[in-house]
Design a protein. Structure first.
Length: 509
C-alpha cells in the first residue's frame, strides 16, 4: 500500500493506453486531474528477443499516448522501471497503478512501498467473480471454456433474448468451419483498416535502428510499415471498418486459410485490445448491434463474441487462477529445444508450404490468425515434442499481440496440451488432411498430405502418427482421441513412418 503524503501520481503501463484506464470509477481509478507517469524501460527489450514490429508497435503506441496526454504525463525513458519511477516522482510522492497484466510486473509494483495497486481494467469479469465461478466448477481440475462463455453471456446479457441465447443456440461453430471458397486466391471482402505512419513512427524506427547498431538489443522479424493501430483513434477506425464491412463474412471462414490472403475476414483487433486501446465491452456490443440491425448474420457475430467474451476473457482469468506453477506444466514430458531455424523465422528454408507460408507471415508482420497459430505452428511443435515453456516464450516474443498472460494458457494449455487436459479436452494436432481441407496450401507443396512414407510424405501426417504412437497409453484413455489411437494398429508401415520422422530430425521440413 502507498504511504506518506506528497503528490499522488498514476502510473500507466504500455498496455493501459485507452480512456477506460483513466476513468475515476467512483474513486477506484485516478482523478480527472491526477498527474500521470509513463515509463519506457529499455531492459524490457534486452530480456527477450522480440519481433521488431512488436517493439515498434508498443513504443509507437506509448509515445502517441504520451503526446495526446500532453503536460499531464511525465513520459520517462529509462533503463529499468525502478529507475524510471525514481526519475518521475519525488521520494515522498504516492503512486497508484491498475493491476498489471503479467506476474513479473505485478511482483514489481507490489514490491514498491509507495505504490498502491488497484483492480485490473480492460476485461469483462472481476477476478473475484471468476474465482467463485471456477471454484464451483471443479476448482481448476476440469474447467471448460464453453461453460464459462455461457456464464459470461448470461451475466453480461450478450446476445441474449431474455434468458435464452439469441437464435436459440449458444454455439454456432458448426456454421463457422467452412473451407475457403474453391479456386479463390482471396476472400471477396473489403480490405481491413490499415494505419498511416507518422513522425512518431519515424522516431521509433530511428531509435530501434540505433539500439540494434549499438548492440544494445537484438530483434527478429521485419518492421514496417506499421500494420496495426497505435492510437485510440486508429483502433476505433479499425473496429468500425470490421463491424461495418468485414464482420458479416467473418464466421463461415474464421478457420480457413489462403496462402494469398492471411487476413481473410479476421478483425485484426487483438493488438488494440491487448494494448488497452479498445475495451472488450465496446467491441462485443458493437458486433451485437450490427446483428440486431440486420447488418451481420448471427453465426459471424456469435463467433466474434466468442473470441472476445469467451476465449480472450477465459485465457486472462486462467492465467491468474492457475497460478505461477502452471508455467512449468509438462504433462507430455516434451523437452526438445526450439530449433534455430524456427527461432529465426527462417521460412525460406522450409519446404512444407503451409509451415513456410505461416512462418513468413510471422516474419513479415508478427501476426497470423488463430488457426495457423494452433494447427500449423503449434501442431508441428507438439508433434516434434518441443519444450512448452520455450515455445511459450517464442510466441510471446514473436507476435504483436503476444503477452505473457495471452500466451501462457494458449500455448501450455490449448496448443501443447502440457497441462494434461485442465484447459482443453484433447491435444490439438492433425495430419496433412486437415490443412488440405481448410486451405489452398497443399496443392503446390513438395509433400502430399495423404502420404506418410516416402520422399513426399507430409511432415504433419508423419508427425501426427508418431505423436499418437509416442503417447498411446495416455491418449487411448481419452474418449476424444481413443479412436485415432486404435488406428495405429491398422498401420502396417508404422516402423517406416517412425524412420521418416527421424530423418527430418530438428531440421526444417
Amino acid at each position: 500500500m502507498a504511504t506518506g503524503q506528497g503528490t499522488a501520481y498514476h502510473w500507466l503501463f504500455g498496455d493501459q493506453l485507452g480512456p477506460h484506464f483513466l476513468d475515476p470509477d467512483g474513486g477506484r481509478g485516478p482523478g480527472r486531474d491526477t498527474p500521470l507517469v509513463m515509463i519506457e524501460a529499455r531492459s524490457v527489450f534486452r530480456r527477450r528477443r522480440f519481433h521488431r514490429a512488436k517493439a515498434h508497435l508498443v513504443l509507437s503506441a506509448m509515445r502517441h499516448r504520451a503526446a495526446e496526454l500532453g503536460d499531464r504525463v511525465r513520459h520517462i525513458k529509462a533503463d529499468t522501471y525502478r529507475e524510471g519511477l525514481a526519475k518521475a516522482v519525488g521520494q515522498r510522492d504516492r503512486v497508484t497503478v491498475h493491476h498489471p497484466t503479467s506476474r513479473a510486473a505485478l511482483g514489481l509494483v507490489t514490491s514498491l512501498e509507495r505504490v498502491e495497486v488497484g483492480p485490473p481494467r480492460g476485461f469483462l469479469v472481476d477476478p473475484a467473480d471468476f474465482t467463485a465461478w471456477a471454484d464451483g466448477h471443479g476448482g481448476g481440475a476440469r474447467l471448460r471454456q464453453e461453460d464459462f462463455y455461457r456464464w459470461v453471456r448470461r451475466t453480461h446479457e450478450l446476445l441474449m433474448d431474455g434468458d435464452r441465447p439469441a437464435g436459440g443456440k449458444w454455439n454456432l461453430d458448426h456454421d463457422n468451419r467452412e473451407p475457403p471458397p474453391r479456386g479463390a486466391d482471396a476472400l471477396e471482402v473489403d480490405r481491413p483498416y490499415r494505419p498511416r505512419e507518422d513522425s512518431v513512427d519515424e522516431e521509433v524506427r530511428r531509435d530501434l535502428d540505433r539500439w540494434e547498431k549499438d548492440g544494445d538489443v537484438s530483434f527478429v522479424g521485419r518492421d514496417g510499415p506499421r500494420l496495426f493501430p497505435a492510437t485510440r483513434k486508429e483502433a476505433l477506425a479499425a473496429l468500425k471498418r470490421f463491424t461495418e464491412h468485414r464482420l458479416a463474412s467473418f464466421g463461415p471462414y474464421e478457420d480457413a486459410m489462403l496462402a494469398g490472403d492471411p487476413v481473410m475476414s479476421h478483425s485484426l483487433l487483438s493488438s488494440s485490445l491487448n494494448l488497452g486501446l479498445l475495451d472488450p465491452a465496446e467491441c462485443v456490443e458493437r458486433a451485437e448491434a450490427a446483428w440486431r440491425a440486420g447488418a451481420a448474420p448471427l453465426n459471424s457475430v456469435e463467433g466474434f463474441v466468442r473470441q472476445i467474451a469467451g476465449w480472450r476473457e477465459y485465457v486472462w482469468q486462467l492465467y491468474w487462477y492457475f497460478g505461477e506453477e502452471y508455467r512449468g506444466s509438462n504433462a507430455l514430458g516434451h523437452t526438445a529445444p526450439v530449433p534455430e531455424w524456427w527461432d529465426e523465422l527462417d521460412a525460406d528454408d522450409v519446404r512444407a508450404r503451409c509451415l513456410s507460408t505461416v512462418l513468413a507471415q510471422v516474419r513479415d508482420t508478427g501476426w497470423t490468425h488463430h488457426i495457423p497459430r494452433l494447427m500449423v505452428l503449434g501442431g508441428y511443435a507438439l508433434q516434434r515434442g518441443w519444450d512448452p515453456a520455450a515455445l511459450t516464450d517464442w510466441f510471446h516474443r514473436s507476435f504483436v499481440d503476444g503477452y505473457d498472460w495471452v500466451m501462457l494458457p494458449n500455448v501450455v494449455g490449448m496448443s501443447q496440451y502440457a497441462d494434461g487436459g485442465r484447459m482443453t479436452t484433447k491435444p490439438y494436432t492433425s495430419g496433412g488432411a486437415y490443412v488440405n481441407r481448410m486451405s489452398d496450401l497443399c496443392r503446390p507443396c513438395a509433400y502430399r498430405p495423404g502420404d506418410r512414407t516416402g520422399e513426399r510424405a507430409c511432415p504433419y501426417t508423419v508427425g501426427y502418427w508418431v505423436f499418437m504412437d509416442r503417447h498411446r497409453a495416455r491418449l487411448e484413455r481419452n474418449q476424444r482421441t481413443a479412436r485415432p489411437v486404435r488406428g495405429l494398429d491398422r498401420l502396417g508401415d508404422l516402423d517406416e513412418v517412425r524412420r521418416r520422422y527421424e530423418e527430418v530430425g530438428d531440421g526444417p521440413p
